[in-house]
Design a protein around this ligand. Structure first.
Ligand SMILES: [Zn+2]
Length: 178
């Protein structure tokens, strides 16, 4: 795993800006991987499937650290609106869910009361302990075969076919002057 500072640099580049959500997401994913004992998520990219429960800044940062991409089927989105992610180790079958505590915002405010909210959270989320920021829980997750990275069944071929059909329909419309 890289250091927090290195991930912050990479996140700012990939996401377009650095923000409190990214700092929190990086910390969240680093904790999840540490719990699973996955030290090099790039070298061990086939080992991990990550379920994120929110589609905001946090998500990009989690995907970056966990090295999980939607396009590789290693990142799954569950629209539950929680700043949380579950990391599933396909090698051991263990899974850990890490969620940001509601109280983490308050903790950030108390740490840097003189700063405005976003700036204070950015700094505080980089410094507060894992225990103050997160709840973690071992969970049981069954990853279905069709959800595994590299699955080549009908459900993974069909989405590729859709844009093609749409392109054809569009082309036909243009040719027919519709
Ligand atoms: Zn952001």
């Amino acid at each position: 795993m890289k250091s927090l500072a290195e991930y912050l640099d990479l996140a700012a580049q990939a996401h377009g800006h650095l923000c409190a959500g990214q700092v929190l997401g990086i910390r969240l994913a680093m904790l999840g991987l540490r719990e699973l004992g996955i030290d090099d998520p790039v070298a061990e990219r086939k080992r991990l499937v990550t379920f994120v429960e929110i589609d905001r800044c946090v998500t990009d940062a989690v995907a970056l650290v966990a090295n999980c991409r939607l396009g590789k089927r290693a990142l799954k989105f569950r629209d539950w609106g929680k700043v949380a992610a579950t990391f599933v180790d396909l090698k051991t079958g263990r899974a850990v869910r890490v969620a940001a505590k509601e109280s983490s915002k308050q903790a950030a405010r108390e740490m840097f009361p003189e700063l405005e909210k976003e700036a204070g959270q950015q700094k505080a989320y980089a410094q507060l302990s894992d225990e103050i920021l997160f709840d973690k829980k071992w969970v049981k997750v069954e990853v279905q075969p069709e959800d595994l990275p590299g699955f080549k069944g009908p459900s993974s071929r069909w989405p590729h076919a859709l844009p093609l059909l749409r392109r054809r329909a569009l082309l036909r419309a243009i040719v027919n002057g519709e």
